[in-house]
Design a protein around this ligand. Structure first.
Ligand code: PEP
Ligand code: MG
Length: 576
């Protein structure tokens, strides 16, 4: 029997492959004794060679992407690996004390780091960080642990990690990475969201057991049930191979829904759109029959690089998406950085509550240079398709007004300088902060549309950090408090003749969909992989029935009651 771990199925699918373990935490080796010191020395030299090759590779990539000056840091890393003082100290220690190489290297480099840290000269003091980095790389090589350059993975694998940042996720080489599992995280953490747009199976929040998985062991990732099997028996392997084949067949069956409209059984039409984060996601969205892009999370254009994208780079990206969608609506959200989405090169101050801090539009209003560059790129791209601009994280009316004012200024200036800008661009906002939801009637007079960000709306309504798995039980999309806020937002928009979408994860949730349909939602925006099951489900629902059923659901007592109510109703209607 395999060892099993249970986590949160963050992005559905099954994968069977060898594990590649990523080590994100500082690792302190334990002292161990070796019987054959000479062998240990040879192992140490091998690890050095491996680290050298890794650094060479990274140096070449850095030179291409960042220029020779920035790549020079890796020359320094290579020199450390050739430093006779360090190497001889380690080898002597292995020979004289018969200790393991990890420990000998760790101890020797600590001595170097301490000595360097005491020096007056700042540039020499900085070398301490380089020694730490390099010795960590060699220790990883000794332990058979992947060092962290995710774009370099060359063989089919499942990534195993304490956590993956959104920029780690953005770098995954999808030709070989079959899925990932992390120790922490929740369904709405951004790496989970990215896994869904990349359409790769992922389990998050699988707990401390993840630390015991060794690189190279075979794992079965069942991201439908949220189960991970480590070293499966031949019987288990056969069982899961069958399950995977069945899953793939069902996926193929769903393809018939790709070219169809999204219409309920009684003829009520809605729109199913896709959420994207990277340019590659647009093709996935189209392949899955997206009628629009309901959310382009532009912050991913800013990640995985060492400086802000220029206006021209952004313009090219937006133009690409608009042209590719060929006239279909494309909602592009302005930069939503902060929370779990960091940009190290912006050097933002550390905050104790980043999700409640200077995130998204708050930051953009503080950094008009960054904001205006993005707005100009969007305005210039507007003539290539059906662009709608959306502002995130609005709490009070003045923020919307200020953002719109800056947008109007940029538009005027561009037109004055002879640049062509589309005549009418809808300008909308996310509803993801309870204050905005409660006063949606006020916002509806000034925004052209709303898109409800349920991931944040739930976290802020429940006061439960979306990254913290110990409070993940409070992620309750069907709780009447959330449904009532959504109803209020939809009604307020309707009263002003505006449209409303949901672009949080709730839009693709098969239990939430009947309720959202019944409440009169116009647009459902979700990860590409959720579109076809959602369209199939909507095709089987009666809008008329769910208008009254959703009213009943809103008067139930809690999340569980609503969930069972919806599931019973769905079952009853299938069996009639
Ligand atoms: C949301 O909060 O629901 C949303 C769609 O935005 P993000 O997940 O990027 O915060
Ligand atoms: Mg949000």
């Amino acid at each position: 029997m395999a060892k099993q771990l249970q986590g949160i199925a963050a992005s559905p699918g099954l994968a069977i492959a060898r594990a590649v373990v990523l080590d994100a935490e500082a690792y302190v080796p334990v002292r161990g004794s070796v019987e054959q010191p000479e062998r240990e020395v040879a192992r140490f030299r091998d690890a050095i060679r491996q680290a050298q090759a890794e650094i060479e590779r990274i140096r070449a990539v850095a030179e291409e992407k960042l220029g020779a000056e920035k790549a020079a840091i890796f020359e320094g890393h290579l020199l450390i690996l050739e430093d006779p003082d360090l190497i001889e100290t380690v080898e002597e220690r292995i020979r004289e004390e018969a200790v393991n190489a990890e420990y000998a290297l760790y101890e020797a480099s600590q001595t170097f780091i301490e000595a360097l840290s005491q020096l007056e000269d700042e540039s020499l003091r900085e070398r301490a960080a380089d020694v730490r980095d390099v010795s960590g790389r060699v220790i990883n090589a000794l332990r058979g642990v992947q060092g962290g350059d995710l774009s370099q993975l060359a063989e089919e694998c499942v990534i195993v990690a304490p956590d993956l940042t959104p920029s780690d996720t953005a770098q995954l080489n999808l030709d070989v990475v079959r899925g990932f599992v992390t120790e922490i995280g929740s369904r709405t953490s951004h790496s989970a969201i990215m896994a869904r747009s990349l359409d790769i199976p992922a389990i998050v929040g699988a707990g401390a057991g993840v630390r015991d998985i060794a690189s190279g062991s075979v794992v079965v990732l069942d991201a439908v049930e949220g189960v991970l099997l480590v070293d499966p028996s031949p019987e288990e392997l056969a069982l899961y191979q069958d399950k995977k084949a069945q899953y793939d067949r069902r996926k193929a069956e769903l393809r018939q829904w790709a070219g169809r409209a999204s219409v309920s059984a009684d003829g009520h039409r809605v729109e199913i759109a896709a959420n994207i984060g990277k340019l590659e996601d647009v093709q996935k969205a189209l392949d899955n029959g997206a009628e629009a892009i309901g959310l382009f999370r532009t912050e991913f254009l800013y990640m995985g690089r060492s400086d802000l994208p220029t206006e021209e780079e952004q313009f090219q990206s937006y133009k690409y998406v608009l042209e590719k969608m060929a006239g279909k609506p494309v909602v592009i959200r302005t930069l939503d950085i902060g929370g779990d989405k960091e940009l190290p090169y912006m050097d933002l101050p550390k905050e104790s509550n980043p999700f409640l801090g200077q995130r998204a539009l708050r930051l953009c209003l503080e950094r008009p240079d960054v904001f205006r560059t993005q707005l100009r790129a969007l305005l210039r791209a507007s003539r290539y398709g059906n662009l709608k601009i959306m502002f995130p994280m609005i709490a009070v009316l003045e923020e919307l007004q200020e953002a719109k004012k800056i947008l109007a200024e940029e538009k005027r200036q561009l037109i004055a300088s002879g640049v062509e800008v589309a005549d009418s661009i809808e300008v909308g906002m996310m509803i993801e902060i309870p204050s905005a939801a409660v006063s949606a009637d006020l916002f509806a007079k000034e925004a052209d549309f709303f898109s409800i960000g349920t991931n944040d709306l739930i976290q802020y309504t429940m006061a439960a950090d979306r990254m913290n798995e110990t409070v993940s039980y409070l992620y309750q999309p069907y709780h009447p408090s959330i449904l009532r806020l959504i109803r209020h937002v939809i009604d307020a928009a309707r009263a002003e003749g505006k449209w409303v979408g949901v672009c949080g994860e709730m839009a693709g949730d098969l239990t939430a969909i009947p309720l959202l349909l019944g409440l009169g939602l116009h647009e459902f925006s979700m990860s590409a992989g959720s579109i076809l099951p959602a369209r199939e489900l909507i095709g089987s629902l009666s809008f008329g029935d769910w208008q009254s059923l959703s009213k009943q659901a809103l008067s139930l007592r809690g999340h569980r009651e609503v969930q069972s109510f919806v599931q019973e109703q769905l079952q009853r209607r299938v069996s009639v």
